[in-house]
Design a protein around this ligand. Structure first.
Ligand code: AMP
Ligand code: ZN
Length: 116
């Protein structure tokens, strides 16, 4: 999917509404519209990268920062003590439905392993 008709690019440009929980120059974090856990936040780089499969070394700062932001949001939401999960779904078999790279921050319940 190209940038011009990408759902997350439209949220990033504020063309579409979302509940924004964090924003800086490179990253936006929003509440997932269809939460699968009491806390379900999407961390999305503002740069349109289709999936984890398409990242390059140029993206190392953004991808690294996302983990730090996830950890900070988890602390703010008091998830740290009990734990939480950060997930990237990549491609068809990985369960990706929106082709703009994003990470799910999930918390507030226990998660099984292996994932379904
Ligand atoms: P994935 O399946 O890993 O590509 O994740 C895409 C996620 O985006 C799903 O969890 C959806 O519920 C979520 N989603 C889809 N549309 C919206 C939207 N307009 N606002 C917030 N989250 C959305
Ligand atoms: Zn996009």
């Amino acid at each position: 999917m190209s940038e011009s008709n990408c759902l997350f690019c439209k949220i990033i440009s504020h063309e579409l509404d979302a509940k924004i929980v964090y924003e800086d120059e490179q990253v936006i974090a929003i509440e997932d519209i269809n939460p699968v856990a009491p806390v379900h936040i999407l961390l999305i780089p503002k740069k349109h990268i289709e999936s984890l499969d398409k990242v390059t070394e140029q993206d190392s700062v953004i991808v690294g920062n996302i983990q730090i932001i996830a950890s900070q949001i988890a602390k703010d939401l008091k998830l740290s003590e009990n734990g939480y999960r950060v997930v990237n779904n990549c491609g068809k078999l990985g369960g990706q439905t929106v082709y703009h790279i994003h990470y799910h921050l999930l918390g507030g319940r226990e998660f099984g392993w292996p994932p379904g």
